[in-house]
Design a protein around this ligand. Sequence first.
Ligand SMILES: *[C@@H]1O[C@H](CO)[C@@H](O)[C@H](O)[C@H]1NC(C)=O
Ligand SMILES: *[C@@H]1O[C@H](CO)[C@@H](O)[C@H](O)[C@H]1NC(C)=O
Ligand SMILES: *[C@@H]1O[C@H](CO)[C@@H](O)[C@H](O)[C@H]1NC(C)=O
Ligand SMILES: *[C@@H]1O[C@H](CO)[C@@H](O)[C@H](O)[C@H]1NC(C)=O
Ligand SMILES: *[C@@H]1O[C@H](CO)[C@@H](O)[C@H](O)[C@H]1NC(C)=O
Ligand SMILES: *[C@@H]1O[C@H](CO)[C@@H](O)[C@H](O)[C@H]1NC(C)=O
Length: 304
Amino acid sequence: MTTRLVLVSLCLPWFCLAETTWSPSRWFWRRATRDVPSEGFHNPLDKGGSMLTQIPVTFPEGLGEPLNVIISGNSDEQVLKETETDGGLLNFFLSFGFSSECLGQHMGSNQAANLGDGHGYLNETAVIRWNYGDPALGACKESIEGGNHFRYWVQNGPEGNSGSIFMAVSYELPISLGHDIVANGYNFGRDWLVGNMTNTTVPTAELTNTTTYTTNTFWGGYTYLSEIKYVSGLLSNSSDGINHYITVGLNGTNAIDGLVAVITTKITARPASSSAIWTATPFSLWTCIFIIFVSSASAVIAYV
Ligand SMILES: *[C@@H]1O[C@H](CO)[C@@H](O)[C@H](O)[C@H]1NC(C)=O
Ligand SMILES: *[C@@H]1O[C@H](CO)[C@@H](O)[C@H](O)[C@H]1NC(C)=O
Ligand SMILES: *[C@@H]1O[C@H](CO)[C@@H](O)[C@H](O)[C@H]1NC(C)=O
Ligand SMILES: *[C@@H]1O[C@H](CO)[C@@H](O)[C@H](O)[C@H]1NC(C)=O
Ligand SMILES: *[C@@H]1O[C@H](CO)[C@@H](O)[C@H](O)[C@H]1NC(C)=O
Ligand SMILES: *[C@@H]1O[C@H](CO)[C@@H](O)[C@H](O)[C@H]1NC(C)=O
């Protein structure tokens, strides 16, 4: 009798663990798992997507803005979560001076992007603006005075769920000038954003597909270690199809240089109060650990 009880006590926890690891309910409750290729994202062009956004009205029609920065799916899971808490994406944006829109108001028109992930064209998830050093109200100033800003989309569709973030970054003129883009404003927007991350001046004219940076940024007690790699081959070095191409590429230069800054970010330090293990371990696993503990204890007691 006692032996049987001991056996049952010892076996139960392992059923529990197997259930936690394999059960379909786990897949139901969890978001579908990401599939991340070694580059950190799926090339939208591989599945009918585009590296240019769609804008409702352009002259001539059909022009778009380049998706010129990508936060790689190889970044920490926590960084890719669209939250301001727990070191999530919005906290990461704040770590290099970018805030959500002024008082939660959405200004300006929507743009749509097709990341080739099976979702087709979707409007941007949000518009994020350089905050002039004022996280609370700086984005308001940017909406009026112009400056650096970006729209972003998440590559998380059924045909390419890398979890990576695609950003269309540009430096715009003040609202009084109709929010056009400054000369070279796509390349500058990208490079001033990278400059904000690295606290250096990024030499736009000298960048190549071998340029890299490594930098730390900080916000809300989190430290982010980012590797930034400029890559070619996703966008072309030209003005073809680019919105505002006449004013952006002055003197016959191309409106964009064809480089995309790919950022891979890891969290290297957290506020003392948050424990990585605790937040990273699913509830059901804690339940299991508890059951293992209790049944081991009862096994020992039964045996004794
Ligand atoms: C996207 O934004 C446009 C306005 O810019 C709006 O007309 C359209 O309904 C939006 N699409 C979706 C799917 O929300
Ligand atoms: C950025 O660099 C300047 C000098 O180049 C320095 O004074 C400043 O403290 C730096 N800021 C940060 C956040 O490291
Ligand atoms: C941060 O970006 C703004 C414009 O977007 C720029 O004026 C400022 O010089 C940048 N800071 C650094 C350190 O690059
Ligand atoms: C960099 O660009 C050149 C063409 O300008 C190309 O031949 C080379 O393969 C590219 N390198 C990488 C690592 O993409
Ligand atoms: C275009 O050329 C003019 C005159 O040569 C020069 O003043 C201006 O700075 C140039 N603009 C750009 C963006 O290179
Ligand atoms: C883009 O093309 C121009 C010539 O059209 C060239 O001078 C420039 O170096 C190219 N830039 C990159 C990043 O390949």
